[in-house]
Design a protein. Structure first.
Length: 241
């Protein structure tokens, strides 16, 4: 892959990064920033990156500190080109936003006032996605393994119109500090690292994390989800078998 391609990839993501990125927290040594030299090398040699450009062109910042799940869902739905609601200020164009993706159907799964206070659990991500014409498979690490996660997630990232959202504990990968949700965008088999497009862009940049460390961070208990482990959701168009 040419350096020009890498530059285009970084710019494609960078176009959507706000000035807040200059104030992001320092990354621990075990993580590699996407735009660092080593981060770019991981992208060059990555085996699976079909999810990258659709997500990068829809990359956004969560609107509140509890909306990481909402922002991740919106990015994936727009990347899948799912028929979207109208947005008065954008008429006649339609798109999913962090406001219109929530409605009476999603309130049954997670009331908006509860979401505003507590955020979203892994199973609620799957439930909210199920209100749309997509296929969503929820996986808890307690019922899986790092080998299965690596195989499933890398396979999805290597196919068009396939996406992965992860729910993990930040402090388990050396970040601050609680549970978080974001989409994955690529996998580099040589380094055995996944690229997380962190939707809390005011806090951390996109990072490459080792598969085993990400799995361990997902294999943590969430007290807001009946103490189940966090995990990952595989998403594709409803027609894909």
């Amino acid at each position: 892959m040419s350096k020009h391609f890498v530059h285009v990839a970084v710019v494609a993501l960078g176009l959507f990064v706000t000035s807040a990125s200059a104030e992001t927290l320092k990354l621990p040594d075990n993580l590699a920033g996407f735009s660092s030299d080593v981060g770019e090398s991981y992208f060059v040699e990555s085996d699976a990156r079909e999810a990258y450009f659709p997500l990068a062109s829809n990359f956004l910042t969560q609107k509140t500190q509890s909306y990481c799940g909402v922002a991740s869902i919106v990015m994936v739905l727009n990347a899948l080109n799912v028929p979207a609601p109208s947005v008065p200020e954008y008429e006649p164009y339609r798109t999913f936003t962090q406001d219109n993706v929530l409605d009476e159907r999603t309130d049954v799964i997670l009331a908006r006032d509860v979401l505003a206070e507590n955020g979203m659990t892994l199973d609620q991500i799957g439930g909210i996605l199920a209100t749309q014409p997509v296929k969503a498979e929820v996986h808890h690490p307690a019922d899986s393994s790092v080998e299965e996660f690596r195989k499933l997630a890398s396979s999805y990232l290597g196919q068009q119109n396939h996406f992965v959202i992860v729910n993990y504990l930040r402090k388990a990968i050396g970040q601050e500090k609680g549970g978080h949700i974001s989409p994955l965008a690529a996998y580099d088999g040589k380094a055995d690292r996944f690229l997380i497009l962190d939707v809390a862009r005011y806090k951390y940049p996109p990072v490459w994390v080792k598969a085993s460390e990400l799995f361990d961070a997902m294999n943590t208990r969430d007290s807001d989800n009946e103490n189940k482990t966090r995990g990952f959701v595989l998403i594709s168009a409803a027609s894909v078998q």
